[in-house]
Design a protein around this ligand. Structure first.
Ligand SMILES: [Zn+2]
Length: 134
Protein backbone atom coordinates (compact mmCIF):
# COMPACT_ATOMS: atom_id res chain seq x y z
CA UNK A 1 0.00 0.00 0.00
CA UNK A 2 1.23 3.46 -0.88
CA UNK A 3 2.22 5.87 1.87
CA UNK A 4 0.44 9.15 2.53
CA UNK A 5 1.72 12.41 1.05
CA UNK A 6 3.80 13.52 4.05
CA UNK A 7 5.47 10.12 4.52
CA UNK A 8 6.20 9.76 0.80
CA UNK A 9 7.84 13.22 0.77
CA UNK A 10 9.89 12.48 3.90
CA UNK A 11 11.06 9.18 2.41
CA UNK A 12 11.81 10.65 -1.05
CA UNK A 13 9.27 8.60 -2.96
CA UNK A 14 7.91 9.22 -6.46
CA UNK A 15 4.92 11.63 -6.13
CA UNK A 16 2.86 9.76 -8.73
CA UNK A 17 2.93 6.25 -7.20
CA UNK A 18 4.42 7.04 -3.74
CA UNK A 19 6.28 3.73 -3.77
CA UNK A 20 9.24 4.06 -6.17
CA UNK A 21 12.40 5.83 -4.98
CA UNK A 22 13.06 9.30 -6.39
CA UNK A 23 16.79 8.98 -5.72
CA UNK A 24 19.21 6.17 -6.57
CA UNK A 25 20.85 6.11 -3.13
CA UNK A 26 18.38 6.59 -0.24
CA UNK A 27 21.14 8.07 1.99
CA UNK A 28 21.49 11.82 1.21
CA UNK A 29 24.79 12.04 3.09
CA UNK A 30 26.63 10.00 0.43
CA UNK A 31 27.62 13.16 -1.42
CA UNK A 32 28.64 11.57 -4.73
CA UNK A 33 25.06 10.26 -5.08
CA UNK A 34 23.28 13.34 -3.71
CA UNK A 35 21.70 14.44 -7.01
CA UNK A 36 21.54 11.04 -8.77
CA UNK A 37 18.02 10.15 -9.83
CA UNK A 38 16.91 7.28 -12.04
CA UNK A 39 15.58 8.30 -15.46
CA UNK A 40 12.21 6.65 -14.77
CA UNK A 41 10.43 5.55 -11.60
CA UNK A 42 11.00 1.82 -11.11
CA UNK A 43 7.43 1.26 -9.91
CA UNK A 44 5.24 3.42 -12.20
CA UNK A 45 7.53 4.41 -15.11
CA UNK A 46 7.19 8.18 -14.50
CA UNK A 47 9.87 10.20 -16.30
CA UNK A 48 11.70 11.78 -13.36
CA UNK A 49 13.47 14.57 -15.27
CA UNK A 50 10.67 15.88 -17.53
CA UNK A 51 12.74 18.84 -18.76
CA UNK A 52 16.24 20.18 -18.17
CA UNK A 53 16.60 22.17 -14.92
CA UNK A 54 13.15 21.06 -13.74
CA UNK A 55 14.29 20.89 -10.12
CA UNK A 56 15.88 24.37 -10.07
CA UNK A 57 12.66 25.75 -8.60
CA UNK A 58 13.14 23.59 -5.52
CA UNK A 59 15.94 25.97 -4.50
CA UNK A 60 13.31 28.52 -3.45
CA UNK A 61 11.81 26.02 -1.03
CA UNK A 62 15.31 25.06 0.12
CA UNK A 63 16.09 28.71 0.85
CA UNK A 64 12.96 28.97 3.01
CA UNK A 65 14.03 25.81 4.89
CA UNK A 66 17.51 27.24 5.51
CA UNK A 67 16.05 30.49 6.85
CA UNK A 68 13.73 28.46 9.12
CA UNK A 69 16.72 26.53 10.50
CA UNK A 70 18.64 29.73 11.22
CA UNK A 71 15.61 31.30 12.96
CA UNK A 72 15.06 28.09 14.97
CA UNK A 73 18.69 27.98 16.14
CA UNK A 74 18.67 31.68 17.08
CA UNK A 75 15.39 31.32 18.96
CA UNK A 76 16.53 28.15 20.73
CA UNK A 77 19.80 29.85 21.76
CA UNK A 78 17.91 32.79 23.25
CA UNK A 79 15.51 30.52 25.13
CA UNK A 80 18.06 27.98 26.39
CA UNK A 81 20.91 30.33 27.39
CA UNK A 82 20.71 33.43 29.57
CA UNK A 83 23.17 35.58 27.59
CA UNK A 84 24.02 33.72 24.39
CA UNK A 85 27.21 34.69 22.56
CA UNK A 86 26.27 36.03 19.12
CA UNK A 87 29.34 34.46 17.49
CA UNK A 88 28.37 31.01 18.79
CA UNK A 89 24.78 31.59 17.69
CA UNK A 90 25.91 32.42 14.15
CA UNK A 91 28.25 29.40 14.06
CA UNK A 92 25.49 27.12 15.37
CA UNK A 93 23.02 28.46 12.78
CA UNK A 94 25.48 27.99 9.93
CA UNK A 95 26.40 24.52 11.24
CA UNK A 96 22.76 23.52 11.49
CA UNK A 97 22.05 24.72 7.96
CA UNK A 98 25.10 22.85 6.59
CA UNK A 99 24.29 19.62 8.46
CA UNK A 100 20.70 19.67 7.26
CA UNK A 101 21.54 20.74 3.67
CA UNK A 102 21.85 17.28 1.99
CA UNK A 103 18.54 16.10 3.43
CA UNK A 104 16.95 19.48 2.70
CA UNK A 105 18.03 19.38 -0.96
CA UNK A 106 16.31 16.03 -1.44
CA UNK A 107 13.30 16.94 0.65
CA UNK A 108 12.68 20.12 -1.33
CA UNK A 109 13.13 18.30 -4.66
CA UNK A 110 10.49 15.82 -3.57
CA UNK A 111 8.17 18.65 -2.47
CA UNK A 112 8.76 20.44 -5.78
CA UNK A 113 7.89 17.30 -7.77
CA UNK A 114 4.82 16.73 -5.59
CA UNK A 115 3.53 20.19 -6.51
CA UNK A 116 3.55 19.34 -10.23
CA UNK A 117 2.95 15.57 -10.38
CA UNK A 118 -0.47 14.33 -9.35
CA UNK A 119 -0.80 11.21 -7.24
CA UNK A 120 -2.34 8.26 -9.08
CA UNK A 121 -3.26 5.34 -6.78
CA UNK A 122 -3.38 3.00 -9.79
CA UNK A 123 -0.05 4.12 -11.31
CA UNK A 124 1.82 0.92 -10.43
CA UNK A 125 -1.03 -1.25 -11.72
CA UNK A 126 -1.14 0.74 -14.99
CA UNK A 127 2.65 0.36 -15.37
CA UNK A 128 2.49 -3.38 -14.76
CA UNK A 129 -0.21 -3.79 -17.41
CA UNK A 130 1.57 -1.52 -19.91
CA UNK A 131 -1.04 1.30 -19.78
CA UNK A 132 1.12 4.07 -18.33
CA UNK A 133 2.07 7.58 -19.36
CA UNK A 134 5.75 8.44 -18.97
ZN1 LIG B 1 6.45 6.20 -9.40
Amino acid sequence: MAANLIMSILKGKCPRCRSGNLFENPNPYIFKDLFKMPEHCSKCGKLLMPQPRFFDGSMYINYAFSVAIVITVFTASNVLFEKPNVTYMILAAIGGAILFAPYSIRLTRTIWASIFWKYDPKAVEKFDTGKYEP
